[in-house]
Ligand binder design. Structure first.
Ligand SMILES: [Fe+2]
Ligand SMILES: [Fe+2]
Length: 364
């Protein structure tokens, strides 16, 4: 029996095993979408970008509970430690992020994963899904440490328009491909998956996170809410890897399926990214109605256009906001944690020697 014809939902990895399937797959079979490689055999790796990013992600392992939240708890509880505008920024961002990473994870697990037919790309998706769980846990840890009203914070993605609009706009792209009978293999369906990947990797993770990251990290640079800022810094480091994986994934699909990248599709993607910039600008206005922390929403618009231009360029589209410069050059420094204290190097050593691998209870 040929497994290529017996499956109802594409090549998923759940097909029965058997000697008739014990074939040596070639590069031709191993494709990001619509591939016929055995999904349970990791060798030979073709999409090396996925393996590299998987290794890099594992080397950056961290857990939210390891950040000492005490300074933020003291500051949050003090009467005059923070202005109302600063408190609004904290509340809005915890409201947005505490549900956002779960939306990303659900898109990964319930929509994208089944449709990606490169085993090494799936390995990365599994790692990313775990990291999204860590991020959600990080936001919950901050919310609980500060003693915030959980109902207010978690309901923001239902109740606050600037938060709800980002979530609902993105969900519109994932609902159809998450249907159990959705499968790729036609021009329209393949474009639908590619569109979802661009929305989630380039817009949701690549634009919708950046106002919040800039606001919280700017606060940290001013010595306020430093523990929260530290958590955001580690999350940002993971997110920039997610974004870069997404860029590679999208570009690889383009290479393997050049017919999908039509002029009208390119124009549609340009409009999608521009819409993402506009939605995030509305979030900036709502979360930061007054100038604060060396920022205001006009500068934030400039920053978003700068980021938008980068996203266009990363997938081979022309920049749409000519001549825009980065108003927050310090953000790129913050993103590169290698310049910071040897946090991760120390951490990795601890995990390997004193923590997870220390099985013998008799040892000190
Ligand atoms: Fe995340
Ligand atoms: Fe992410």
């Amino acid at each position: 029996m040929n497994m290529k014809t017996e499956t109802l939902n594409g090549n998923t990895g759940l097909e029965m095993t058997g000697v008739d399937r014990a074939v040596c797959h070639t590069d031709v079979d191993r494709l990001v979408i619509n591939g016929q490689a055995d999904m349970n055999i990791m060798y030979p790796v073709k999409h090396t970008f996925a393996k590299q990013k998987y290794d890099e992600a594992c080397a950056n392992h961290w857990m939210p509970q390891e950040v000492n939240m005490s300074p933020d708890i003291v500051l949050w509880r003090s009467e005059d430690g923070l202005t109302e505008d600063e408190r609004r920024i904290i509340m809005r961002n915890l409201g947005f992020f505490s549900t956002a990473d779960s939306l990303v994870a659900n898109n990964l697990v319930l929509a994208i994963y089944r449709l990606i037919t490169s085993p090494e790309c799936r390995q990365y998706l599994l790692r990313q899904a775990f990291e999204e769980a860590v991020h959600t846990e990080s936001y919950v840890h901050i919310i609980q440490s500060l003693g915030l009203d959980e109902q207010v914070v978690f309901n923001m993605y239902h109740e606050i328009p600037s938060v709800a609009d980002k979530a609902n706009w993105s969900l519109g792209f994932t609902q159809n491909i998450a249907k159990p009978d959705f499968r790729t293999g036609t021009f329209e369906k393949d474009q639908e998956l590619l569109r979802d990947l661009i929305v989630f990797y380039l817009v949701f993770e690549g634009i919708f996170f950046y106002v919040g990251f800039a606001q919280i990290l700017s606060m940290g640079r001013r010595n306020k809410m430093t523990a929260t800022a530290e958590q955001f810094q580690y999350i940002l480091r993971d997110e920039s890897l997610h974004l870069n994986f997404g860029v590679d994934l999208i570009n690889q699909i383009k290479i393997e399926n050049p017919h999908l990248w039509t002029d009208s599709f390119k124009q549609e993607i340009i409009e999608i990214i521009k819409k993402g910039v506009d939605l995030e600008h509305l979030y900036a206005i709502d979360s930061m109605p007054n100038g604060i922390l060396g920022m205001n929403h006009e500068l934030m618009r400039q920053y978003l256009e700068y980021i938008g231009n980068r996203r266009f360029k990363q997938i081979g589209l022309p920049e749409q906001y000519p001549g825009v410069e980065n108003p927050f050059p310090w953000m790129s420094e913050v993103m590169d944690l290698k310049k910071e204290k040897n946090f991760f190097e120390t951490r990795v050593i601890e995990y390997q020697t004193g923590g997870a691998l220390d099985w013998d209870e008799d040892e000190d």
